[in-house]
Design a protein around this ligand. Structure first.
Ligand code: ACO
Length: 331
């Protein structure tokens, strides 16, 4: 049997809408306060996509940057996977719209939904195509317009979410770098604690939402919080064990950016100081699947990542889903 190819990140890109929604502005929309939001979540502001701009535009901006950062042309891409739970359309998929917008004319394209774990799920699916040699240059995008599925009369959720897009190009890398290990999992029996109905709704879904609101996120925040605090440690432990790497060898952890208190819990459970846990949620809020690739691109642009650095990516989200990956930076 021939040895599988190793997959690694060749380039990163991200795009955030210009429009900011601050805690002070939210104070005039719902009964809340800047002090409560910062203390309970760590978020100061989030970005909001203008109504007339499709999410595909933001996703394409991130994708184009990732392609050029990888030193490639759009025609070099042979597959596009877009992770999202808030696409412009169910069909055409977000990935097809990005293919058209960036001119990746030779690429196959499909979307994947694993809520906030979507980017790491997509990375693992892409990795398998690289390992087998089916494709060699894969664009993995995660993009969300959560402001379009947020109920701005529900203070328990509207202070949390924002919009944004991140992308990476995954390709073959030399031994000693790239994705070392990965896990993904789901606990469907807990799915009712975080819902976003599409074409169907139950009495409970209706009861949980304000009058007339259907396609908006409802969440039992404390249940999600408990799940997140436990699963981040467990998933991280699994990828470290699989790769026979210790936490001391890991330079940074890139967690899903949901709430600073969840990250502080993870810091204690993993015995990693907060300086090694990358955070940007103060200025982006929770952008679901997009949060990790946006962080990765930010860190890369700040020159924080060097070839050979070991990084853990870890996420949890609706479904319920979770995923983690350990990678050695390849660029
Ligand atoms: N402003 C002021 N008060 C508020 C607000 C607000 N924005 N939101 C809730 N409160 C109030 C509540 O009404 C409650 O008041 P009560 O005791 O009088 O009923 C009180 O604050 C405490 O509410 P809790 O829900 O217990 O607050 P908690 O400390 O748990 O924080 C939060 C809520 C921030 C939502 C937290 O539970 C959390 O972050 N959970 C995780 C969410 C998450 O990570 N989601 C990720 C997945 S998202 C995805 O997949 C799309």
């Amino acid at each position: 049997m021939t040895k599988p190819f190793k997959a690694g990140i060749l380039g990163t890109g991200s795009a955030l809408p210009e429009k900011k929604l601050t805690n002070a502005e939210l104070e005039s929309i719902v009964e809340t306060s800047d002090e409560w939001i910062i203390k309970r979540t760590g978020i100061r502001e989030r970005r909001i996509l203008n109504d007339e701009v499709p999410l595909a535009k933001l996703a394409s901006d991130a994708a184009s940057k990732a392609i050029s950062d990888a030193g490639l042309k759009p025609e070099d891409i042979d597959l596009i996977i877009a992770a999202t739970l808030s696409p412009d359309y169910l069909t055409p998929s977000l990935s097809c719209s990005v293919q058209k917008e960036v001119g990746a004319v030779k690429a196959a394209a499909f979307d994947l939904n694993a809520a906030c774990s979507g980017f790491i799920y997509a990375l693992q699916v892409a990795q398998e195509f690289i390992r087998t040699g089916t494709y060699s240059k894969i664009l993995v995008i995660a993009a969300e317009a959560l402001s379009r599925v947020t109920d701005f009369t529900d203070r328990k959720t509207c202070v949390l979410f924002g919009d944004g897009a991140g992308a990476v190009v995954l390709g073959r890398v030399e031994d000693g770098t790239g994705i070392e290990s990965a896990v993904m999992g789901a606990m469907g029996e807990g799915g009712s604690v975080l819902t976003l109905p599409c074409f169907f709704e139950t009495e409970t879904d209706r009861a949980n939402r304000n009058e007339g609101k259907k396609q908006v996120i409802w969440m039992d925040g404390s249940e999600v919080f408990t799940f997140a605090s436990r699963i981040m440690g467990e998933a991280t432990g699994k990828v470290l064990e699989k790769a026979q790497v210790t936490m001391d060898e890991v330079k940074y952890v890139f967690p899903h950016q949901a709430n600073i208190r969840i990250l502080q819990n993870a810091s204690k459970r993993l015995n990693v100081p907060m300086e090694r846990i990358y955070t940007n949620l103060e200025f982006t809020g929770n952008i679901s699947s997009a949060s990790i690739p946006v962080c990765l691109d930010e860190a890369a642009r700040k020159n924080m990542l060097k070839k050979g650095d070991k990084l853990v990516l870890v996420a949890f989200g609706g479904g319920l889903t979770y995923a983690a990956a350990l990678l050695t930076w390849s660029k």
